[in-house]
Ligand binder design. Structure first.
Ligand code: PLP
Length: 345
C-alpha cells in the first residue's frame, strides 16, 4: 500500500531498530534511563531551551503545557483549525478546566497575526469574561495544509503576548518540516515561546514519542503531570533510542518529502474538479478540495484504496501526507490513479 493518510504511519528504519535493540535503559520514572536523558539533553540543546521531557504523544505534551500555563476558568487562544482544539478530545476543558477561544485566520493560512489574536483577548475584564491565560500556536499548521510561520511572525506574537504577561505555547509537532521549508533553525522558529512540543513520531519517523521543552522548573512540573496522566514510562530508552536517530538523521532528508508533496500538489492541481493552490504547499501536507468533482471525498478515497493507495477524506477535501516511506514513484502512481478515478466520473 502507498500510505498517504499521515506521516504518523512511518515504520522505524533499520538503523532505528538496531539502536533500539542495543539501547542502554533504566527506570525513567526515577530519571535513570540514560538514553532518555541523552535524548532530552540533545533536544534541549537543539532548541536552545533549558530542559526537555520525553512524553508518549504530542497530545500529552500539548496538554501538559496547557495545564501548566493556565488556571481553571481561563481561556486559551488558538487558530480555529488548530490541533489542540480539534483533535485532542476536549482535554483542555477536562484536564486544565479552560475554555478554548478559536480565532479565524483571515488569510486562510492558519497563521494568526497579532491583530487577530488581540481582538480575541480578555484582559482586565474580571467580572464578565474568562481571562485569557495562554496563546497556542502551531507550526507547521496541519489542517491548513502544512503552512509555515516564520521566526519573525512567531517572535512578534511572543513579544506582544509577553508584554501582557501572557505565555505562548507552540505546537511544533512538525516544526522540523517548517524549519526545512524556511531554511531556519528550530531554535529560531521557537525562540521566545515559553514551551514547545514537537513529535518524533511524525515526519521524523520514530515509532513513538514527543518532546516537551521549556524552562527547567516548567519541565520539572511537567514531569509530575506526565506521571499523573499515566505517562511515566519505565525502561523507555528503547523508544528514546529510535527518537535519537529520528532527531539526528531525518531532518536532513525532509526536503525530499517536501519535493514529493509539491509534485503531488502540482499534479492534482491539473485534475478536473480539483481545487488547490499548489504554490501554498510548503511542507509535506497536501490538502485539495474536490467539491466540483463528481464523487465525494470518501468515494474517491475508497477507489484509491482499490489501487493500493490510502488517503484521508476531510469533508469536501482529501488530505495526503508525504513521508520517508513514500517515494517519487509512489507519487506518480497516485497521480495516475487519481486521474483515472476522477476522469471516469
Ligand atoms: C499539529 C499536531 N499537533 C499534535 C498532534 C498530536 O500528536 P499525537 O498523535 O502524538 O498525540 C498531531 C497529530 O497528528 C498534530 O498533527
Amino acid at each position: 500500500m502507498i500510505d498517504l493518510r499521515s506521516d504518523t504511519v512511518t515504520k522505524p528504519t533499520a538503523e532505528m531498530r538496531r539502536a533500539m535493540a542495543k539501547a542502554e535503559v533504566g527506570d525513567d520514572v526515577y530519571a535513570e534511563d540514560p538514553t532518555v536523558n541523552l535524548l532530552q539533553q540533545k533536544a534541549a540543546d537543539i532548541f536552545g531551551k533549558e530542559a526537555a521531557l520525553f512524553v508518549p504523544t504530542g497530545s500529552m505534551g500539548n496538554q501538559i503545557a496547557v495545564k501548566l500555563h493556565t488556571k481553571p476558568g481561563d481561556e486559551i487562544i488558538i487558530e480555529e483549525r488548530g490541533h489542540i482544539f480539534n483533535y485532542e478530545m476536549g482535554t483542555p476543558s477536562v484536564v486544565a478546566g479552560v475554555l478554548i477561544r478559536p480565532v479565524k485566520s483571515a488569510s486562510g493560512s492558519g497563521i494568526l497575526t497579532w491583530a487577530e489574536i488581540e481582538s480575541a483577548l480578555h484582559i482586565n475584564q474580571p467580572y464578565y469574561a474568562c481571562p485569557t491565560g495562554l496563546i497556542c500556536l502551531e507550526n507547521s499548521h496541519n489542517l491548513a495544509g502544512g503552512t509555515v510561520m516564520t521566526a519573525e511572525q512567531c517572535a512578534e506574537i511572543c513579544d506582544r503576548a509577553h508584554a501582557l504577561d501572557l505565555p505562548v505555547h507552540l505546537d511544533g509537532a512538525r516544526i522540523f518540516n517548517a524549519s526545512t521549508a524556511l531554511n531556519e533553525s528550530v531554535a529560531e522558529l521557537s525562540k521566545n515561546c515559553d514551551s514547545v512540543q514537537f513529535c518524533l513520531s511524525k515526519g521524523l519517523g520514530a515509532p513513538v514519542g514527543s518532546m516537551l521543552l521549556g524552562k527547567r522548573d516548567f519541565i520539572e512540573e511537567a514531569r509530575v503531570w506526565r506521571k499523573r496522566l499515566g505517562g511515566g514510562m519505565r525502561q523507555v530508552g528503547v523508544l528514546a533510542a529510535a527518537g535519537l536517530i529520528a532527531l539526528e538523521e531525518t531532518p536532513k532528508i525532509l526536503n525530499v518529502d517536501h519535493e514529493n508533496a509539491r509534485m503531488l500538489a502540482e499534479g492534482v492541481a491539473n485534475l478536473k474538479g480539483v481545487l488547490i493552490d499548489a504554490e501554498r504547499v510548503a511542507t509535506n501536507i497536501v490538502i485539495f478540495n474536490i467539491s466540483d468533482a463528481n464523487l465525494s471525498s470518501s468515494e474517491i478515497c475508497a477507489k484509491l484504496k482499490e489501487h493500493g493507495i490510502l488517503a484521508s477524506p476531510f469533508g469536501n477535501s482529501i488530505r495526503m501526507v508525504t513521508h520517508y516511506d513514500v517515494s517519487r514513484k509512489d507519487v506518480e502512481t497516485t497521480l495516475r490513479a487519481l486521474k483515472k478515478i476522477i476522469q471516469q466520473f
